[in-house]
Design a protein around this ligand. Sequence first.
Ligand SMILES: Nc1ncnc2c1ncn2[C@@H]1O[C@H](COP(=O)(O)OP(=O)(O)O)[C@@H](O)[C@H]1O
Ligand SMILES: [Mg+2]
Length: 224
Amino acid sequence: MGGIIELKDVTKIYSTKDTPEIIALNKANLTVEEGEFLSVCGVSGSGKSTLLHLIGCLDKPTEGTVSVKGSVTTQMNEKELARMRNGTVSIVLQDFGLIPSRTVYDNLVVPFYFSSNRKGMNDKIKSALEFTGIADLNQRPVIKLSGGQKQRVAIARAIVNDNPILLADEPTGQLDTQTKKQIMELFHKLNEKGKTIIMVTHDIDMAKETSRIVKIADGSIMES
Ligand SMILES: Nc1ncnc2c1ncn2[C@@H]1O[C@H](COP(=O)(O)OP(=O)(O)O)[C@@H](O)[C@H]1O
Ligand SMILES: [Mg+2]
């Protein structure tokens, strides 16, 4: 039996016309079992975000295979990748990827635009906002929120569809100690509810709270 996430010899090369090729991932291998809370640690530029984008079905590898809940992403078209993001894997992006001028509520509606199933949308939004502790910020424009509040909105948006896999890119990177703790508590609760979580971080103290740590350096993954 394979894991819920399987990477086999995954290479990702970024190439643009005027710059040399960048090998962001170099034959990376990783298996994540269902229900794990895994952290991926590495310095800036080691390939952490690239790794999450591939697992999060935002991008595809140059070589090798990424399999998410039994589906290999390599042959998928945009529509199929979008379906994965809708029903299987969610990502909390490093820069949040929120629409700053719109309200918290509007930002949580976004995942439903791409979904055929809008049943219970408002209830789902309400419970995601309650879970992340920002129900009172429902009608507040994102631009007026603090960093910690934005992080919560990004998490709320990632869990509103109740996808079984949650990815988080340096979710505690910009936060004070107290807020870090609160955000980690949210992830622990989600993991207890059965979600498989991968958190990317360069904060070893945060990583130590998770059930397994892997290290990434120069695009290669090492178990530790
Ligand atoms: N879209 C892109 N185009 C070109 N190079 C990129 C792109 N995204 C990332 N890179 C490069 O790939 C390498 C890995 O980046 P990244 O995955 O963002 O690392 P990390 O998240 O660990 O800081 C870096 O050298 C970075 O500059
Ligand atoms: Mg990054």
